[in-house]
Ligand binder design. Structure first.
Ligand code: ASP
Length: 322
């Protein structure tokens, strides 16, 4: 993390700890006024700042989340999203992303190579095709036909890390930010509309062609404009098994707060896979239509960033099952 960013986070954290709403949010039951944007992990701070530029001018949540997640996508130092993402076991950087708006329009790309901003290709799939998801070569072809530039996404650092990994070549997800991560971002705009975006390079050193939860509507992301929105991060296979983000939103529909819904979804994973759940990370982040925020993870270490009029772009630690 860059020093300036670290300082910014510390200052913001100090401010928020003074604010009642910040304390409430840390306990998992805060409610804030719109607009609001939340996103996964520490890199959510930079992404939220970009999204806030749109939201604070009464812009659309959809435009905010696209602009927001483009920040880590374009940052070569973030090794789990977009440019600079760690490759699969064949040394290929393959990206997954999806986007969803307040009218249940959605678009996704999976196993897309050579394009820095898969989220924007996903948005084009949503707006320009009768389909929801394009994958692999077809997704690349579509991107190139729509003016996206073909680029090499494998940075020197990521190539070096992959070559080091090849020495043992053992596929082993490590709990938090070490070799996987996703930016999932959900936002509520001034018109009280919800949208979300989710983008990742997936699990480092995965089998070529592996697709995780992140580009799958209902798994990595789900938005229902009447109820709320949810997104996930962590070992995607476990999220897919429970249709995670859809589950969180449906639990909210049944009257649970975003916090309760995230906790129930994580507990579903524990129930299904008691042994495995001790060794892997999965985190959910959710907001309700009226601005409540919730987050919960299997393991300690899942952080998320919140930006609203009351909360000045602050990182929080999610509570966890273990
Ligand atoms: N959910 C992502 C995947 O399974 C990775 C992560 O968020 O850590 O591809």
């Amino acid at each position: 993390m860059k020093t300036s960013r670290r300082k910014f986070i510390q200052t913001s954290a100090a401010l928020a700890s003074m604010a009642t709403v910040g304390n409430l949010l840390a306990k998992g039951n805060a409610k804030v006024t719109k607009p609001l944007v939340v996103s996964t992990w520490n890199f959510g701070v930079g992404a939220n700042a970009e999204a806030w530029k749109v939201l604070s001018k009464n812009g659309r949540a959809l435009d905010a989340v696209e602009a927001g997640v483009q920040v880590p996508e374009g940052d070569p130092k973030e090794t789990s999203v977009g440019l600079g993402g760690l490759p699969d076991r064949d040394g290929r950087v393959t990206l997954d992303a999806c986007i969803m708006d307040e009218q249940a329009n959605c678009g996704a790309v999976a196993c897309l190579e050579h394009i820095v901003h898969p989220i924007s290709v996903a948005r084009k799939v949503m707006e320009k095709t009768p389909h929801v998801m394009l994958v692999g070569d077809g997704a690349l072809q579509f991107a190139l036909a729509n003016g996206f530039k073909k680029e090499n996404l494998l940075t020197e650092e990521s190539e070096k890390a992959w070559k080091e990994w090849l020495k043992k070549a053992e596929y082993k997800p490590i709990a938090n930010i070490e070799n996987h991560d996703t930016i999932g971002m959900i936002a509520l705009d001034a018109n009280q509309n919800l949208s979300g975006a989710c983008t990742t390079s997936g699990m480092a050193y995965k089998i070529h062609g592996r697709v995780g939860d992140s580009p799958i509507i209902g798994a990595g992301l789900f938005v229902d404009n009447e109820i709320g929105a949810a997104t996930s991060t962590g070992v995607g296979e476990e999220v897919i098994r429970i249709c995670g983000s859809h589950l969180v939103v449906e639990l909210m529909r049944q009257g649970n707060s975003p916090q309760q819904a995230c906790e129930l979804a994580v507990k579903r994973i524990v129930k299904n896979q008691p042994k495995k759940s001790k060794e892997i990370q999965v985190g959910f982040l959710a907001i309700s239509k009226n601005g409540e925020v919730g987050a919960y993870a299997l393991q300690k270490g899942f952080t998320y960033a919140v930006y609203s009029n009351e909360i000045p772009n602050t990182i929080f630690n999610a509570k966890s099952f273990y």
